[in-house]
Ligand binder design. Structure first.
Ligand SMILES: [Zn+2]
Length: 407
């Protein structure tokens, strides 16, 4: 089949105005380019004409689907710790943990937005079955939280499960993951990072998300230390490193190509340079940062450092939707100097690279990314298909080719 569109956004290459994509029956990309060149090469093949934009399936590199029942229940705008307290209260009071209905609805939402892969951070692994059944790919980042008690034993169980391949879902990697540098014991962070490195896996870490995290790590005081003493067993015995979040991550072996560093909202330009040099992957969650703290991730400094960041929605406890293209739109609205095509790349190809799945995220020969169409009136008149797409982020999306068989 040939998909002939006003604009093809390949994800990893410049946009093609009046483009065409040739897709085999099993979803593999056979050809892509200007329609005037591609159409004659495949004369006789059926053509689907899209008046609008086509792009590869989206990659949402940071989600917490098990929090989906909390949509609309956790107020934002008051800073990180009040948000966490509200989240914990809502989890106890309002809804059953891991409600299968809310996870199933969240997975349906991901598919409706055109998502083919996620980086799912989870305490319960509850969402893995739902994702596997829907043929959504990616990583299950099994998160460990705690600085005392049995945290070392629980971490060891996860590491054993990872080594033994206990958890197996089609097309989902299972990777033990630390929550943050201040809520997961330093020895556990070190072990988890080392395991990912040794096993050729990538693990995830929330890092430099807010100023109170930096204050605790650099000075051993402030709201995070007070909060932890009231909340976490063993917190009174924590020895603070008196180092910046990035330096401390480095000291624990948690910088490098085995790491997905999530947020970096509070990272300085110099720290972003250090992150870039380490080869770590970066995931930004702008709408979650805006919701919780009214703050934006340092996109321009990250770009100056040469970081090709991916995007994630974070959970529905701090976001209105699981649409990673809406993250790109949120950045487009606030960083007018950043080309729209680069923002679409963050929601597609950069996410595929971060999750180690470059068969996805790009409409290129040999890839099998899933192809999404967005019908937009008068699209042929537009010079910038990516900007047009982000302006129409609410327009319905439809699959014109699947990445995998979907049930
Ligand atoms: Zn998160």
């Amino acid at each position: 089949m040939i998909v002939h569109a006003d604009h093809v956004l390949p994800g990893d290459a410049p946009p093609i105005r009046d483009g065409a994509v040739v897709v085999s029956a099993d979803g593999a990309i056979e050809d892509v380019g200007h329609a005037a060149e591609v159409l004659p090469r495949h004369a006789g093949a059926p053509i689907e004409r899209v008046h609008g934009v086509v792009l590869p399936g989206l990659i949402n590199a940071h989600t917490h689907l098990e929090l989906s029942a909390l949509r609309g229940l956790v107020p934002g705008g008051r800073g990180f710790l009040p948000w966490v307290d509200s989240l914990l209260a809502a989890r106890v009071d309002a809804v059953p943990e891991d409600s299968p209905e809310s996870i199933e609805a969240a997975v349906s939402e991901l598919k409706r937005h055109g998502t083919v892969a996620v980086g799912e951070v989870t305490n319960s692994v509850a969402a893995a079955e739902h994702l596997a059944r829907s043929r959504i790919e990616g990583s299950i980042f099994h998160e460990i939280f705690g600085v005392g008690g049995d945290v070392a034993d629980r971490a060891e169980e996860m590491l054993q499960a990872s080594r033994a391949g206990t958890h197996r879902w089609p097309e989902l990697a299972y990777v033990p993951t630390a929550h943050t540098l201040h809520t997961t014991h330093a020895d556990v962070v070190r072990k988890i990072a080392q395991h990912a490195k040794d096993a050729g896996l990538r693990t995830s870490l929330h890092l430099a998300e807010h100023a109170a995290e930096r204050r605790a790590l650099e000075h051993g005081d402030g709201p995070v230390t007070d909060w932890l003493r009231g909340r976490l067993r063993g917190a009174a015995g924590v020895v603070w490193p008196m180092q910046s979040p990035i330096a401390y991550a480095d000291a624990l072996g948690a910088l490098g190509p085995h790491m997905l560093l999530v947020h970096l909202t509070d990272a300085t330009a110099a720290e972003l340079e250090r992150v870039a040099q380490s080869g770590s992957y970066v995931v930004l969650c702008p709408r979650s940062n805006l919701y919780i703290e009214g703050r934006l991730p340092p996109l321009l400094a990250a770009r100056s450092a040469g970081i090709e960041a991916a995007l994630g929605t974070d959970s529905l406890a701090s976001n209105a939707s699981l649409d990673v293209l809406a993250e790109a739109r949120a950045l487009a609205d606030r960083f007018s100097t950043v080309p729209a095509v680069d923002l679409v790349r963050m929601a597609t190809y950069n996410g595929a690279v971060a999750l180690g799945r470059t068969r996805l995220g790009r409409i290129a020969r040999g890839a099998r990314p899933g192809v999404v169409a967005v019908d937009i009136a008068d699209a042929a008149q537009s010079h910038d298909g990516a900007a047009l797409l982000l302006r129409h982020v609410k327009a319905p999306r439809r699959w014109v080719a699947r990445a995998r068989e979907i049930h």
